[in-house]
Design a protein around this ligand. Structure first.
Ligand code: EPU
Length: 352
């Protein structure tokens, strides 16, 4: 089916009168996504699997993946998707996401191609959301700029790091943010860092905010001292955390009050516990690692839930997920996905 931009507009006009704004039916939606991608010249792919897009290496197929290469293009594309009531979610390097094995009926905005270049000016650096966090740490250290060296070696993109206020070894990205560029109404809007709430592994962005880039303010310091601090953090990570296998970093947050989730899970003797291809890391108990092609999201989630039950019953602590759980069945996820409708229904029913 060919759907022109004009017919999308007509469709919009019809929908304005409708009280419930559902996603268009699957076939119509496909044609709309194709039309939007063509109009803004964005790479569009069908049927990519989360197993190849996330670091846990599990998860099902998603209807569409759109990969913008500039901040302006990304802002326009998501605005158009919003106008067409098509659900979308943002994926950076996929290093903090557990997507389930079901079919995911929405659009993934893949930010990995939106790298740009890091523009350094004095103590400031402006970067786009898809820029690699480890690379930025290295570039900053090279220039004698301090403030993010503790994050050196954390996998992921700048967008993902900002979204969850990534932190390690005394550094948190939120503390060095001067401004964040966000997509609003099809345009790139700059929001001061002080207007954003930065919390432990969480920031106050709204569910549908698309982070496009940021300006960070770092501090001049002795390059050798900074490099030493970064190498120490990297070394510590390498010796205390697993690497080289499928993983999404720490699976659960540390509870308030100074308890360590990793230590609790370890003390329960759960290191090495396996469900299919998912395993509690023998190196750090707050990591679930996956191995081989047999690993599934279902096994990974079942193992995570088993850990939660044990920690709840034996330590009386309710663990909160640090990784994001993405369900294919967006109907049950309320408003988590941008564009989700008031009553959470989708007229297309079963979809094909
Ligand atoms: N511990 C154990 N057994 C384990 C793991 C840890 O006994 O299996 C003990 C350690 O020996 C240590 C304590 O628990 O005494 C805390 O462990 P660690 O220093 O590894 O820190 P963490 O609290 O588990 C946090 C972050 C990490 C971050 C490190 C370093 C969370 C949930 N985790 O780990 O972040 O890299 O500190 O700053 O906040 C992530 O966000 O994905 C992540 C890995």
């Amino acid at each position: 089916m060919i759907v022109s931009e004009e017919s999308i507009a007509e469709n919009d006009a019809e929908r304005e009168e409708a009280p419930i704004r559902n996603q268009p039916r699957a076939g119509v939606r496909d044609a709309m996504v194709e039309a939007i991608a063509a109009r803004y010249e964005v790479k569009a792919e069908r049927g990519r699997r989360f197993a190849e897009m996330t670091s846990l290496r599990v998860g099902g197929q998603v209807d569409w993946t759109l990969s913008p290469t500039t901040e302006e293009q990304a802002a326009r594309v998501v605005h158009r998707l919003d106008e067409a009531h098509i659900l979308w979610r943002v994926l950076g390097a996929g290093s903090n996401v557990l997507a389930d094995d079901a079919a995911h009926h929405y659009v993934v905005i893949n930010m990995r191609d939106l790298k740009g270049v890091a523009e350094f000016a004095g103590e400031r650096v402006s970067i786009s959301a898809g820029y690699s966090l480890p690379r930025l740490c290295v570039e900053a250290v090279k220039r004698g700029l301090s403030g993010i060296e503790g994050l050196g070696g954390i996998p992921g993109t700048i967008g993902g790091a900002l979204w969850m206020n990534a932190g390690a070894y005394g550094n948190e990205i939120g503390t060095v943010v001067e401004s964040v560029r966000i997509a609003r109404g099809g345009a790139v809007v700059s929001v001061p860092g002080t207007e954003i709430g930065w919390y432990y592994r969480k920031a106050s962005f709204a569910a549908g905010d698309l982070i496009l880039g940021a300006t960070l303010v770092l501090k001049n310091d002795d390059p050798e001292t900074i490099a030493e601090r970064m190498n120490k953090a990297k070394q510590q990570r390498l010796t205390t955390q697993p690497h080289g296998r499928g993983s999404a970093g720490c699976f659960f947050k540390n509870p308030p009050g100074g308890l360590s989730t990793g230590r609790m899970i370890d003390e329960l003797g759960l290191k090495g516990t396996r469900r299919g291809g998912a395993l509690v890391s023998p190196v750090h108990a707050n990591f679930i690692v996956t191995d081989g092609k047999e690993a599934t999201a279902t096994d990974t989630l079942a193992l995570a839930e088993e850990i939660r039950r044990r920690v709840q019953s034996e330590r009386g602590v309710e663990l909160e997920y640090e990784v994001e759980l993405w369900k294919g069945d967006v109907k049950v996820e309320g408003r988590k996905v941008k564009g989700e409708v008031e009553d959470g229904t989708d007229e297309s029913g079963g979809e094909s």
